[in-house]
Design a protein around this ligand. Sequence first.
Ligand SMILES: NC(=O)c1ccc[n+]([C@@H]2O[C@H](COP(=O)([O-])OP(=O)(O)OC[C@H]3O[C@@H](n4cnc5c(N)ncnc54)[C@H](OP(=O)(O)O)[C@@H]3O)[C@@H](O)[C@H]2O)c1
Length: 220
Amino acid sequence: MKIGIIGAGHIGGNLTRRLTALGHDVSVANSRGPETLSALAGETGATAVPVSEVARGAEVIVVTIPLKNVPDLPAGVFDGAAEGFTVIETGNYYPQQRDGRIAGIEDEGLTESRWTERRLGRPVVKAFNGTYAQHILDKPRPAGAPDRIALPIAGDDEGAKKTVRSLLDELGFDVVDAGGLDESWRQQPGTPVYGLAAGTAEVTAALAAASPERPAEFRG
Ligand SMILES: NC(=O)c1ccc[n+]([C@@H]2O[C@H](COP(=O)([O-])OP(=O)(O)OC[C@H]3O[C@@H](n4cnc5c(N)ncnc54)[C@H](OP(=O)(O)O)[C@@H]3O)[C@@H](O)[C@H]2O)c1
């Protein structure tokens, strides 16, 4: 598959490593330009590109940058993507440590992914947001392995979720469908599933045990 990754930090870098290892054709971009990604490109065989080119021909685009930087992405960032492309977003809102106060989330009560989706202007599937970056490298297991972990995903577009489900399976993870994007508070920071590395039953139970109230440490 042709995959574009926006963000080449902890998550974007490790997704680039794993997806290229699986044989996907990966383009990756950061904010400083492709010349700053030569080490990652050399290591993985991914193509480092300016963010304006990362969507070209892509069937899947992963947006994995700090929430506060989402509004900085250029208009038309998805121009040239393949028809019916899927967007995965991995973001978390860290108002006190990183992102500052975001009114749409705090005052309007939008889920973090809904807020991001509105900025991006394209339906998104939330995935990887509660997964330690290192686990993307360390935790993959073949289907059926007793210690295979499950990752929750949320989104409104069933076709896009199917694409994400099969990509996560290929990456070595089970998947739990956590519902639509308005339910994605169940996997936001501070919830029981956030950071949990466990199988399907435990992840399903953790999602069910979540409270919609935003914990104080994740309020701005
Ligand atoms: N770290 C984790 O274990 C983890 C786990 C789950 C979810 N997350 C979430 O996933 C998101 C990414 O986290 P991370 O830890 O991978 O971040 P990170 O290591 O800080 O890397 C952020 C990346 O985003 C790029 N970026 C920032 N603004 C950009 C822009 N306007 N255009 C293009 N690229 C831009 C940065 O490029 P430059 O360096 O060139 O600025 C950098 O490559 C965050 O929302 C985070 O909360 C993180």
